[in-house]
Design a protein around this ligand. Structure first.
Ligand code: CP
Length: 312
């Protein structure tokens, strides 16, 4: 029996659904898959993944599909709701019932907070949350944690700076909550006052005595940070275009700001990026966001193999 057999048949709605030990085992499995080209190849032959994307995606959808194909399984689904019967008024519950009757697992992105949890209530197969509005994005968190582990060596005793849209950024919400479970993590939340971290997360951290500060200045914070998590100001979450235009270029990571950073700094970004990281930074060895996106495929391979029970 593989140690990850506990994940067989389980859904993933938010990072806390898995124990730290389960996540560590997933990271070890992802590392093995990365290093041994044929490891688990064809292990999911005959298995089907339904990819239901009610919002645009490049990395999450393509890396899930690549992961399933590399494991020998197959994928079907839609990349925008206009091509599904949701556009004719079908409820999410009915769409999920259908997909669950055709597939062995479902990965879903939806603009509504709580949609993934709702999907688990109507699905007879595991549901993986690929992002529900401004709420959670747990497989991005697995990707982020694996990247920190691989590039920093471990996930403890670090200062993590989150910068940009911390209000609507589901990747920030999921990663910050996940990091709070590790030892000696300090978090610095850098944002304009309009885009600060939601109160419910800050209250949770206060109750748990998690060390965090909120600031508006990125440049002055740079010397303290081990992992800088840049984020995009998300046009699609704003009600007002003028507010978006006013805030979208608040932070731009450029060579001057990087000069104030540590030698061993790691710069992450869930991507897509717009203007918040200058392209000149791509050549800096501390820029890890493209490597991060690749780790996402390996950890999604590990996740699919685990929940589909092919390791047992
Ligand atoms: N990181 C992420 O979720 O990227 P996509 O929106 O391209 O899937």
């Amino acid at each position: 029996m593989h140690q990850l057999s506990s994940l067989k048949g389980r859904s993933l709605v938010e990072p806390e659904d898995f124990t730290l030990e389960e996540m560590e085992l997933l990271f070890s499995l992802a590392e093995k898959i990365e290093k041994e080209e044929n490891y688990l190849r064809d292990s999911c032959r005959g298995k089907l993944l339904a990819a239901l994307f009610f919002e645009p995606s490049t990395r999450t959808r393509l890396s899930f599909e690549a992961a399933m194909l590399r494991l020998g399984g197959s994928c079907f689904g839609f990349a925008e709701p206009g091509s599904s019967s949701a556009s004719k008024g079908e409820s999410l519950a009915d769409t999920i019932r259908m997909a669950a009757s055709y597939a062995d697992t479902i990965v879903m992105r939806n603009p509504k907070e709580g949609a993934a949890l709702l999907a688990t209530q109507y699905s007879t197969v595991p549901v993986i949350n690929a992002g529900d509005g401004g709420h959670h994005h747990p497989t991005q968190t697995l990707t982020d944690l694996l990247t920190i582990k691989r590039l920093h060596g471990n996930i403890e005793n670090i200062t993590v700076g989150f910068c940009g849209d911390l209000k609507f950024g589901r990747t920030v919400h999921s990663l910050a909550k996940a990091l709070a479970r590790y030892n000696n993590i300090k978090m610095i939340f850098i944002s304009p006052s309009e885009l600060v971290l939601p109160e419910y997360i800050k209250n949770m951290f206060k109750k748990q005595n998690i060390e965090f500060t909120e600031r508006e200045n990125l440049e002055k914070s740079m010397p303290e940070i081990d992992v800088l998590y840049m984020t995009r100001v998300q046009r699609e979450r704003f009600f007002n275009e003028d507010d978006y235009i006013r805030l979208k270029d608040t932070y731009v990571l450029n060579t001057e700001k990087m000069a104030a950073g540590k030698e061993k700094l790691i710069v992450l970004h869930p991507l897509p990026r717009v203007n918040e990281i200058s392209i000149e930074i791509d050549a800096d060895p501390r820029a890890a966001y493209f490597a991060q996106a690749k780790y996402g495929m390996y950890v999604r391979m590990a996740l699919l193999a685990s929940i589909l029970g092919v390791l047992c």
